[in-house]
Design a protein around this ligand. Structure first.
Ligand SMILES: [Zn+2]
Ligand SMILES: [Zn+2]
Length: 158
């Protein structure tokens, strides 16, 4: 085992304890498979966790993801037309660049830094506390594949 891996699990243990969650192997594994800049859906997390631990039910992974989100360890990202994704980067009101072709998601810092970073033209009496911003487009890889004009390649049917 590499020293870095041990250190990382040690950090994860401290993180779990700091929010009052019991340290378990599946919980450590979920923290481990979510990279600092990653955005994985529950099935992707479950697959990666199983690679590390063997049998872990998808329901157990869902429960962990919900507990982590409630505890503020994860942020849940909802994109129209795709399952919710989870990310480790929390609490900074960052936004997302999403590729229409391949679905790649990239973090982008909020220009203002605090929610809500956009003001509605008419708030209609609402106390607005958040503006969810998603920048849709084509990622560099898909632009290159789509030719010099950067036309996006249509999504392949699955
Ligand atoms: Zn793309
Ligand atoms: Zn993000």
């Amino acid at each position: 085992m590499v020293a870095g891996v041990v250190d990382r699990d040690e950090v994860s243990r401290a993180l779990l304890r700091s929010v009052g969650l019991r340290v378990t192997a599946p919980r450590l594994a979920v923290l481990h498979v979510l990279q600092p800049d990653g955005h994985l859906d529950a099935d992707e997390v479950a697959r990666s966790v199983r690679k590390r631990l063997g049998t872990v039910s998808t329901q157990a992974v869902y429960d962990i993801l919900h507990a982590f989100t409630a505890a503020g360890l994860l942020r849940r990202v909802e994109l129209p037309g795709s399952p919710a994704r989870y990310e480790r980067r929390v609490g900074d009101n960052h936004h997302h660049l999403v590729c229409r072709s391949c679905g790649d998601i990239i973090d982008v810092d909020c220009a203002i830094g605090e929610a809500p970073c956009l003001t509605p033209s008419d708030a209609a009496g609402f106390a607005v506390d958040e503006a969810e911003v998603i920048f849709w487009g084509s990622c560099p890889g898909c632009r290159a594949a789509g030719g010099p004009d950067g036309a996006p390649t249509p999504p392949t049917a699955t």
